[in-house]
Design a protein around this ligand. Sequence first.
Ligand code: NFS
Length: 660
Amino acid sequence: MQPRDKSGNKDANRILKWAEEHKIETAFERAARIKPCPIGAKGACCKACHVGPCRLMGKGDENDIVGVCGASLPTVVARNFVRMIAGGTAAHSDHARDMVLTLLAVAKGETKDFQITDVKKLYRVASILDINFEGRPVNDVALDVANRFLEDFQRQKGEINYIKRAPKKTQERWRKWGIVPRNVDREISESMHRTTMGVDHEPDNLLLHGLRTALADGWGGCMISTDVTDILFGTPSPIKAEASFGIFKEDEVNLVVHGHEPTLSEKIVDVASEPEMIEYAKSKGAKGINLGGMCCTANEVLMRHGIPTAGGFTNQELGLLTGLIDAITVDVQCIMPALADLSRKFHTKIITTSEKGKMKGAVHMQYDEHRAKEIARDIVKLACDNFKNRTTGGSHITEKYRMIGGFSHEYIEYMQGGRWRGSFRPLNDAIMAGRIRGVVGLAGCDNSRVQSTGIHKFIATELIKNDVLIVSTGCGSAACGTSGYLTPEMALENAGPGLREVCEAIGIPPILHLGACVDNSRILTIASAMAAEGGLSDEIGGMPAVGIAPEWMSEKAIAIGCYFAASGVPVIFGGESPVEASPEVTKILTEVWMERFKGAFHFEPDPEKILELALKYIDGAREALKLKKYEPGKFGTERVLMDMAARRDMERAAKPHVGF
Ligand code: NFS
């Protein structure tokens, strides 16, 4: 890989070269051509009213740099940051609401196209929510669960349901600082109110509400979405899949599901294997129907059905440039508007499916949960009909990589002890003994402003070399998957001796694919379980754990980073800082939050420094917990528990499991 390559993925670079030769522009060229606004990029542009926009620039005390109304630089920077949190929280949580409404429709018998697939998970969730499930019809329990979750979008006073899943000490910190969310929508709405012209002018106060909103995202929107998706479609367990552009087939209809909500894509997966649909594809001259995924929809259908992924955010245009995609269905979030224009250069049909997300130049086929299968069949047929229009144009790639995805927190617990003895003891013990130095959540987007996916790859390989176990979500896992980094063999080749031993003993890769971005909530659950297990910190804060989003670009990533920081995890984001203009705000995010919540939010453009800082946090936490000093290859004693059933399941991972 040459340093000047646009992507860290060689296949992506081949496609980009082909595009360049054919004078087709992508986000990579646009990123080079359109420089970020130097004022807005640092958070110093105020657009809260039309007296401005005001550009808060100047020298001297930052509190003396003000807009026309007198809003100071730190106020403006904090307001802009809080608006990003609100935007990200709204995206995840609106997705969560739709999942709950689907569950409600199932419980009421209003749709026959969806079922409760994982009853055990439903019962587990019911028990967390104090809903009696014993001896009751499944749909009655589901109705109560759905209604209880809807309270998290309505309650005016009190606390969102899942706050109680956090360790007691973590909750106490939140209560002390008044940041326990009441309901998701209220915190988003209040964020927008406080940041409008002339309301909250105190940066620390603004940012505290930002954290409250972010917690509504993590312990509300994201966690609800993860749980309801598991209930409806099954709790993931390890499953084999493939990744990169070679997943597209020359002789089959290639249909890509792209976006975030798994409901319609689940139905597309169901109907694509129906004999009538396959016959239909054959009648159009194709050998069959090949489904692939992109972005987080890809993660959802990969970890439940082994549907291959073409990768994350920056791969969407490149997938189209292969010329092999007959149709792409999109719903919401992270869908580049450029797809519509680009598709006109090929035969690819872009199908929008949500009333929230339409695109000029796309075909719109409105999703409706009450006739989801029918719509899914129409989409598959449209892709089949379009197969005959495929030309030989495009940059065909044949390489693809094996990967294993689908490590739900339930499975991670199970693999450490089996059905009856599942616990986090072995992981905690391995960390205490120094076999595993710490844990990093490697998440977030990939980004065409940097060497896309390349920074993920660099950080992933360096961390595992240093015996750091990685849990990965969103496009972070896509970056690792499309590089061939999500296989157990990866541990043999690259992991440090301690991590390698643990991975070999349990039969897991050193980078665990946990799912979509909303599944960052699984990391919160794992961290809470580790705290409850004992031997490390008794709260999430203080664990030898760090969150890294080296190529982030989305507001959703900011919301996630903030809920991790508020929960007690130091977070490091790559790229330039969106709060750089204000040293006061930067200090609040790093030092003040660290003091109050044991979590901090850093922005660091240099990948080497990201690594250095992450290891410093991990080693600092080890020292504070009085754990054995980490020395490569020198461990204390600990047990690595696993049972044969779990190992066999890993080996049989080719077929999807339901529950565990
Ligand atoms: Ni997350 Fe998933 Fe990817 Fe970034 Fe977008 S797809 S929700 S925001 S780009 S990781």
